[in-house]
Ligand binder design. Structure first.
Ligand SMILES: NC(=O)c1ccc[n+]([C@@H]2O[C@H](COP(=O)([O-])OP(=O)(O)OC[C@H]3O[C@@H](n4cnc5c(N)ncnc54)[C@H](O)[C@@H]3O)[C@@H](O)[C@H]2O)c1
Length: 445
């Protein structure tokens, strides 16, 4: 279903004119790529998808955003909202055209449920690349209850499989770039550096011989959401082998930060900042708690180590991935899209140092190891020229630019993580007893 009235004054429905808004002329600018690609971005209204669409559009590619706006509907369901005042997709696209002269085509399609509409669009565009962000991405949301577990599986698995089937049956040579998660590897403290997707194993043949094989790194999902990403992986392996689809799967760490060079150009382009108990990642929760003077809620001992990446680097990585597709017949190209690891309690210390707020240890609503180490290879992106922004250097800007600036919009009651993994877990809230135990941790050495 096309959006209506997205091309500014006077323009009506999208007429499918190869990405150019009727009456508007795309301007070629310095820094644009020589090869203009047609790129479909599924989930392009979301936190990672929107800044990626802007970057690829700025580089001169012809961009179509496909989104069913489910993320905005989930905000309404949860009584939550982005801290930053995000505009409607149509306003965003108009603003982008006003500021840069680049037009982005929007299409409202539920790729999990509207297979025919997806096929029609792909048949018309014949994209060089399709970037797939279009999944329910919050682990706590996926664990709320039976209905949310079922929704997450139905939405994510169907979305991914519909895309794979559509590309195959249309006979398209489209490079599919998918956003996976570091969570497929699990946090089992394997004591080895996690490789980029594949693990070499040696199998004894019983006659004294050893045979080397490369297998997908054994998956250990920690939630229903993560489980869907594991299932995505298996589908990718099958379609890459059987139908020679060109697929890159990016196992991404927790994304922090809000703005990129493009979303900073105009306040109407601002990116979303989620901080609620279901969609807010740990760092955003800490930033909001610090800004409202609430103790930082560290789940359990805070000994969980996780991988992180700044939104600016996410966009850079996806741009690099789009520029370096695998060949038809290659196995799925799996890259670890993360730049650093942090233990949660060290992260809390960092935010506490910056803001002077206290830290509270609260029950862990998740069923996970209390402590783990994490070593990850991200060699490919570093070799391709990625220069990561570190949390320590970027956190102050994030605090001032976002957390403090929009603090009047915060809904404090939405911050605690209340979704529990099992009936044995308790919400990650500061009880009266925990509040009285709240204490400032020693600064990290
Ligand atoms: N944000 C992170 O920290 C993070 C970390 C690791 C991996 N990822 C992955 O990156 C991707 C994007 O994450 P995000 O943070 O931008 O999420 P998001 O929820 O902000 O964006 C996802 C977008 O996809 C759309 N969508 C969902 N289901 C759809 C469907 N069936 N049809 C069409 N559109 C649909 C939503 O409306 C939303 O705009 C996800 O697949 C997520 O698993 C994100």
């Amino acid at each position: 279903m096309p959006f209506v009235g997205l091309c500014g004054a006077g323009a009506g429905v999208n007429l499918g004119l190869g990405g150019l808004c009727p009456g508007r002329v795309a301007v070629r600018r310095k820094g644009q790529v020589a090869m203009r690609k047609r790129i479909v971005i599924i989930g392009g209204d979301g936190f990672c998808g929107w800044p990626t669409a802007l970057r690829l559009s700025k580089l001169g590619h012809e961009i179509t955003i496909v989104d069913n706006l489910s993320r905005r509907a989930i905000d309404a369901e949860l009584g939550a909202r982005s801290l930053t005042p995000i505009r409607s997709l149509s306003e965003r696209i108009d603003a982008w055209f006003d500021v840069t002269g680049h037009y982005i085509r929007p299409e409202r399609i539920d790729v999990a449920r509207e297979y025919d509409a997806l096929c029609d669009l792909l048949a018309e565009i014949r994209p060089h690349a399709l970037v797939h962000f279009g999944e329910q991405r919050a682990a706590p949301y996926s664990m709320k209850d039976a209905a949310h577990k079922r929704y997450t599986v139905d939405n994510n698995i169907r979305a991914t499989h519909n895309i794979l089937v559509a590309l195959t049956h249309l006979g398209l040579d489209t490079h599919l770039v998918h956003l996976g998660t570091m969570g497929v590897y699990g946090y089992d403290d394997a004591g080895i550096e996690i490789p980029e997707g594949y693990l070499p194993v040696f199998v004894a043949d019983g006659e004294g011989g050893l045979h080397q094989r490369q297998i997908l790194y054994p998956a250990a999902p920690g939630s229903v959401y993560h489980m869907t990403k594991v299932m995505d992986q298996r589908m990718f392996a099958y379609y890459a082998k059987n139908d020679r689809l060109r697929i890159t799967d990016l196992h991404q760490g927790i994304v922090w930060g809000t703005q990129t060079d493009e979303t900073r150009l105009d306040e109407r382009l601002i990116n979303r900042f989620d901080y609620d108990g279901d969609y807010g990642t740990v760092l955003n929760r800490f930033l909001m708690q610090a800004a409202t003077g609430h103790p930082l809620t560290v789940h359990g001992t805070g000994g969980q180590t996780r991988a992180f990446i700044n939104i600016h680097d996410t966009v850079n990585c996806i741009t690099l991935a789009v520029a370096h597709p695998p060949e038809p017949g290659d196995r799925v190209k799996i890259l670890n899209q993360m730049t650093e690891t942090h233990r949660v309690r060290d992260l809390a210390r960092l935010v506490a140092e910056l803001t002077g707020v206290e830290v509270a240890l609260v029950p862990n609503p998740r069923n996970e190891a209390a402590e783990n180490d994490l070593f990850v290879s991200n060699k490919t992106f570093l070799d391709l020229g990625l220069h990561p922004i570190t949390l320590r250097e970027g956190l102050m800007r994030e605090t001032v630019e976002i957390a403090e600036r929009y603090i009047d919009r915060v809904l404090p009651e939405t911050v605690p993580a209340r979704s529990t993994w099992t009936a044995a877990q308790a919400p990650g809230e500061v009880s009266e007893a925990a509040l009285s135990r709240a204490r400032r941790l020693e600064p990290a050495s």
